[in-house]
Design a protein around this ligand. Structure first.
Ligand SMILES: Nc1ncnc2c1ncn2[C@@H]1O[C@H](COP(=O)(O)OP(=O)(O)O)[C@@H](O)[C@H]1O
Ligand SMILES: [Mg+2]
Length: 272
């Protein structure tokens, strides 16, 4: 799905957000990206969803070189990639149904979009997506009245309506109650399995990454610190990944990984 060769992104001529990244992601693969704040995770996602071009290096999406994308071709390719953010970018005052159907905006004409605001087009589509994320009863609620976890589900339903081949989730559960976080991660995994979608997720929580993903990539200072099957990632890998980042969260992660009672190889899938 993706081949990255020597990808660099430099901001303002001096900040190397990512440097010399070589990476392959197969179609249908599920990969978690972890690493300290400022490691370049979001920048990498913005490169992968073709929001920003790399400063140098080659990016192939489905065998096509990204530097050849522009105009209509770029829009068509972007439609094949869906992104979920920590801040889910919903319109709070709109009814849930409109937020969900905005997943279609990339493929609708302006006229269809305007009509949809008056009378939601493809209601069945919105309802079907909301059923899959477990909140079909919220179709006509104002989005801002929903809880944080429910709003993230609306964002996932919007993604289902967009129906992309690739899902990039950038810290999708960082603003959600921790007890609901595992349920939302699991939902994204299940959807990617059911619909054969490639899923890449940035996760603040190392435990969630271990519990749900077969492949883990550690990113630090814009470079790949490790890229391994989850079972092969050791506490030493994690300690090196977060060393010097000095954030309390990172230290907590390392301490929690080092707990002897916590065997990640037999970590059950959490639901919530
Ligand atoms: N638009 C931007 N302009 C300038 N610097 C940026 C921009 N976006 C990110 N950076 C810098 O690039 C580095 C990586 O940031 P980011 O990709 O957001 O890391 P992460 O998501 O891992 O926290 C940081 O030093 C950040 O300050
Ligand atoms: Mg980020």
């Amino acid at each position: 799905m993706y081949v990255l060769d020597g990808i660099c992104k430099v901001f303002d001529g001096r900040t190397f957000a990512v440097r010399d990244l070589d990476l392959k992601i197969r179609r249908g693969e599920r990969v978690a990206l972890i690493g300290p704040s400022g490691a370049g995770k979001t920048t990498l996602f913005r490169i992968l969803n073709l929001t920003i071009p790399p400063t140098s290096g080659t990016l192939l999406f489905d065998g096509l070189e990204s530097r050849h994308f522009s105009g209509r071709r770029l829009r068509d390719v972007r439609r094949r990639i869906g992104t979920i953010y920590q801040q889910h970018n919903l319109v709070p005052r709109l009814q849930v149904v409109h937020n969900v159907l905005s997943g279609k905006l990339g493929s609708w004409s302006v006229w269809q979009a305007v009509q949809s605001l008056i009378r939601p087009a493809e209601l069945d589509l919105a309802l079907g997506a909301l059923k899959q994320v477990g909140i079909a009863n919220k179709l006509y609620e104002r989005t801002e009245t929903l809880s944080g976890g429910q709003q993230q589900r609306v964002a996932i339903a919007r993604l289902l309506v967009q129906n992309p081949e690739v899902i990039l989730a950038d810290e999708p559960v960082s603003s959600v109650d921790p007890t609901l976080a595992a349920g939302i991660v699991r939902l994204l995994i299940d959807l990617s399995e059911t619909h054969c979608k490639t899923l890449l997720m940035n996760l603040h929580s190392v435990d969630l990454a271990f519990a749900h993903f077969p492949r883990l990539i550690g990113l630090k200072n814009g470079t790949i610190s490790f890229d391994l099957p989850a079972a092969a990632v050791t506490d030493e890998h994690l300690a090196a990944l977060y060393a010097g980042s000095g954030t309390e969260a990172a230290e907590e992660e390392i301490v929690s990984r080092a707990e002897p009672s916590f065997g990640r190889s037999c970590q059950p899938h959490l639901t919530g």
